[in-house]
Design a protein around this ligand. Structure first.
Ligand code: TMP
Length: 242
């Protein structure tokens, strides 16, 4: 990245830089992959580019459907220009099926279709290992008002309706995903972060049997191999459809 921009923040999968316009930032998507709170780490050449391109398309789709997002435009294949927001330290996970940590922590059977989407909210805090929160704990920590929390939950449910139907059209099952929101300078709640196979579980519906074929970061989490091939396939299907 051009050194005329200052690094504001470096996360596990992205770097955020200043922009000439103080209301904007430049986000660079890295090739690094982590899992289990960075206990497991690897680099996949081309992942940053694929996640940036996929996220851009998904953000454009959501903006068309009146969801406020931080995305402004692509700068190049692995960087985007976004609105500067102050990230709310919550990870909002929506689940359509029981999988992953939900199956490790409950008696629900893997893959079970949930009668209604389940929203699990985690504290975005690596030192504490992103613990699962309750509404009361969120209130106690004064992270966000209950009105804003309701707004975020409502936006997450709306985003699920849009994304579920979009992914179904390209023969992918949206199992679950994680969102992060922030406040812009006017205190509006805006969707931030990324929407990519790093933070969505996407199963291939082009399978003749009931076998689960993950086209997302579970390929790395569960040592399945073929991560770049899976992300490339997601990007290909999105571009063929839009
Ligand atoms: P989980 O089943 O491990 O709780 O994950 C639920 C969803 O959230 C899944 O799509 C992966 C995503 N996720 C992240 O994006 N970041 C994280 O740190 C975790 C734990 C999950």
């Amino acid at each position: 990245m051009n050194n005329k921009y200052d690094l504001i923040y470096e996360g596990k999968a992205k770097k955020v830089f200043t922009h000439n316009d103080s209301d904007k930032v430049i986000i660079e998507f890295k090739d690094d992959a982590t899992a289990f709170n960075a206990l497991k780490k690897a680099k996949f050449e081309g992942k940053g580019k694929l996640n940036c391109l996929i996220s851009a398309k998904i953000f454009e789709l959501l903006i068309k459907k009146n969801i406020p997002t931080h995305f402004i435009k692509l700068k190049n294949e692995n960087t985007m220009i976004a609105k500067k927001i102050k990230i709310i330290p919550l990870e909002i996970v929506l689940r359509n099926n029981a999988y992953g940590s939900l199956c490790k922590q409950t008696t629900l059977k893997s893959g079970t279709i949930l009668a209604k989407p389940l929203i699990d909210i985690y504290l975005k805090n690596d030192e504490l290992n992103d613990p699962l929160l309750t509404k009361d704990r969120i209130e106690l920590m004064k992270i966000i008002s209950s009105k804003d929390l309701d707004l975020i939950i409502d936006l997450t449910l709306k985003i699920n309706v849009i994304l579920k139907s979009f992914f179904k059209n390209i023969k992918l099952q949206l199992v679950d995903f994680k969102l992060e929101f922030g406040y812009d300078f006017k205190k509006n709640i805006i969707l931030g972060d990324e929407i990519s196979p790093d933070n969505c579980r996407l199963w291939d519906l082009n399978q003749e049997n009931d076998k689960i074929v993950s086209l997302d970061k579970d390929r790395f989490r569960n040592d399945l191999g073929g991560l770049i091939e899976a992300y490339t396939e997601i990007n290909r299907r999105i571009n063929n459809f839009i």
